[in-house]
Design a binder for this molecule. Structure first.
Ligand code: CTP
Ligand code: ZN
Length: 152
């Protein structure tokens, strides 16, 4: 894409989450716990034409890097995402997300009777299965809208 066609400005320092499935950008921000009140520079491109995905979302967060547990959850809603670390305008690192086998302490179980919702000191634990995640305590499977179960 030429500079002429760039929809969202380049950033000097921070993280560009690219090749996000179209429509998931706001969920990406939810996973990162960003709502604007923290004062970070955030730019979003939604439903941008992409050779690989047809339509993609792009999220640029200035002066912030991602933790490995954030990347784990991101991979569940944006399995094709690329995480680019930007320093002084250069892409200094580019990584594809990797689907983890488990996510701990990030998602909440939708089953109200699950031990993880009983006020006990139990950390949630989900196994990543075919098209969703399965609670390690009660076996409830979350298939759709995983982002709605993020507990941050
Ligand atoms: N980017 C940015 N600010 C910079 C450098 C890059 O916002 N200072 C963005 C680009 O707009 C792009 C992403 O970071 O969305 C990756 O940049 P780059 O690797 O240069 O682009 P591509 O080669 O198109 O990436 P890929 O091969 O991953 O599609
Ligand atoms: Zn459960």
């Amino acid at each position: 894409m030429s500079d002429h066609e760039l929809r969202v400005s380049k950033i000097r320092n921070g993280t560009v989450i690219d090749h996000v499935e179209g429509g998931q950008a706001l969920n990406v921000l939810a996973i990162l716990g960003i709502d604007g009140s923290e004062g970070l520079g955030v730019s979003i491109g939604m439903n941008v034409p992409s050779d690989r995905l047809g339509r993609k979302d792009v999220v640029k967060v200035e002066d912030r890097e991602l933790s490995s547990s954030e990347v784990d959850v991101l991979s569940l809603i944006a399995p094709e995402a690329t995480i680019n670390i930007i320093r002084e305008f250069d892409v200094v690192e580019k990584n594809r997300v990797i689907r983890p086998t488990h996510v701990s302490g990030v998602l909440s179980c939708p089953n109200r009777n699950c031990i993880t919702n009983a006020g006990e000191p139990v950390e949630t634990e989900f196994a990543v299965v075919g098209n969703g995640v399965r609670c390690g305590y009660c076996s409830t499977i979350i298939r759709d809208d995983i982002a709605a179960h993020i507990d941050v």
